[in-house]
Design a protein around this ligand. Structure first.
Ligand SMILES: [Fe+2]
Length: 389
């Protein structure tokens, strides 16, 4: 009898183990976030809870298997985090340096009564494919280029057409200036809406920065949405330096009053924009901001055009502070229509460029000028602006 039971258990384990092995997988990513002079965060998701880590190697042709590489885990309050969303920060890197990386996740099948049962390990493939790469930023670089798109609203074909030229080593970074999807009901909408396309095209190796639009504040999963887009402040508004430019990302929130019936008693954006006012004053007074040649602002809702509540708010709360800071340009979206509003003394002391829904901005910042080329999905240049320094 004993031998029948043992045989049955053995057969059962032979059936169940491969099923677990087949089921556990990396379902999205990896993609780069919060790239800086000395750090990067690598993000991906798995279909089951897991602990995860990244192995980092210096650039070069040496096999990834030549030696053991340092491992970086996501640590939360002293413990390795068990999660389906993995966000591994790698700090202490050298600026302006290329690295290679590989990601790993080990499934956590159960964690009960001080007994953890692990499943399989999955990883990115460095055996059949070249390892993935990233390059840290350099604040002494005198020329950078980046591409901006906005208001994609899950139109993957438009996104793919606008970003088809993005390549590692050619474009320094990509900025999503809001409303990449229309509402956020679950994780799959984020990936099906625009991230799956972005990851397959560039986001594994080219840094991407997110500016939250009003549509990403809507839906049952919208409060989790910022977790997928990491930055150095831990909030949807942040600032960072790259080469000759200091970038300020503002979150304009919703466009109608907080009490509007559409927001179902969940909106508190007036208070949130006031919170940003204080943060904005502080970062504009920082030595890093003041010592950087160009100051560029991203904000989804433009401060001109409709006279809706959100627009009034950003106009009265942010513009007076920005007007004192020597801003070179503000990039917006939201209207789905291109416009270029030159500086108006006393209202906005810098130009505001509103990018349409079906065009990209290719921006080059160098020692003497900031050049913006507005391109359609065919890659034709529709407008050019140059701001000389
Ligand atoms: Fe919008």
């Amino acid at each position: 009898m004993k031998s029948i039971i043992s045989t049955f258990i053995l057969l059962l384990s032979l059936i169940v183990t491969p099923l677990i092995a087949q089921n556990f997988a990396i379902n999205h990513g990896p993609y780069l976030q919060a790239v800086g002079k000395n750090e990067v965060t690598i993000v991906w998701t798995t279909n089951n809870p897991a602990i995860s880590w990244v192995e980092v190697a210096s650039a070069g042709d040496e096999s990834f298997y030549a030696k053991e590489h340092p491992k970086y885990f996501e640590i939360s309050n002293g413990k390795r985090l068990v999660s389906k969303l993995h966000r591994i920060n790698i700090a202490g890197l050298t600026k302006n340096t290329e690295y290679r990386y590989r990601i790993f996740s080990k499934e956590v099948i159960s964690d009960k009564n001080n007994k953890v049962i692990y499943g399989n390990v999955v990883s990115s493939d460095v055996f059949n494919k070249a390892p993935l790469r990233f390059k840290t930023f350099d604040d002494e670089k005198d020329k950078i280029s980046f591409t901006v798109v906005n208001d994609i609203h899950a139109q993957n074909d438009t996104l793919k057409a606008l970003l088809k030229e993005i390549r590692y080593g050619k474009t320094d970074m990509v900025v999503f200036n809001g409303d990449m999807i229309s509402s956020v009901e679950n994780e799959e909408e984020i990936f099906n809406g625009f991230m799956k396309s972005s990851i397959s095209m560039f986001a594994k190796e080219v840094p991407m920065f997110y500016v939250r639009g009003n549509h990403e504040t809507r839906g049952g999963f919208s409060t989790q949405f910022p977790d997928y887009f990491v930055n150095n402040s831990g909030k949807p508004y942040y600032a960072f330096r790259y080469g000759p430019a200091y970038f300020i990302v503002l979150d304009s929130g919703e466009d109608k009053p907080d009490s509007d019936i559409e927001y179902a008693d969940l909106a508190c954006f007036d208070k949130y924009r006031t919170e940003q006012q204080h943060w904005l004053s502080n970062i504009l007074n920082s030595t890093e901001c003041q010592s950087t040649k160009y100051k560029i602002v991203f904000m989804h809702i433009p401060p001109f055009g409709t006279d809706w509540h959100g627009e009034r708010e950003v106009k009265t709360k942010f513009l007076p502070i920005l007007n004192k800071a020597g801003i070179d340009i503000m990039f917006c979206g939201h209207t789905h229509k291109y416009s270029y509003i030159d500086s108006v003394s006393g209202v906005s002391d810098f130009p505001v460029l509103v990018n349409g829904a079906n065009t990209s901005l290719d921006v080059t910042v160098n020692t003497n000028s900031l050049i913006i080329k507005i391109k359609n999905t065919k890659g034709n240049i529709l407008n050019t602006h140059e701001i000389s320094k």
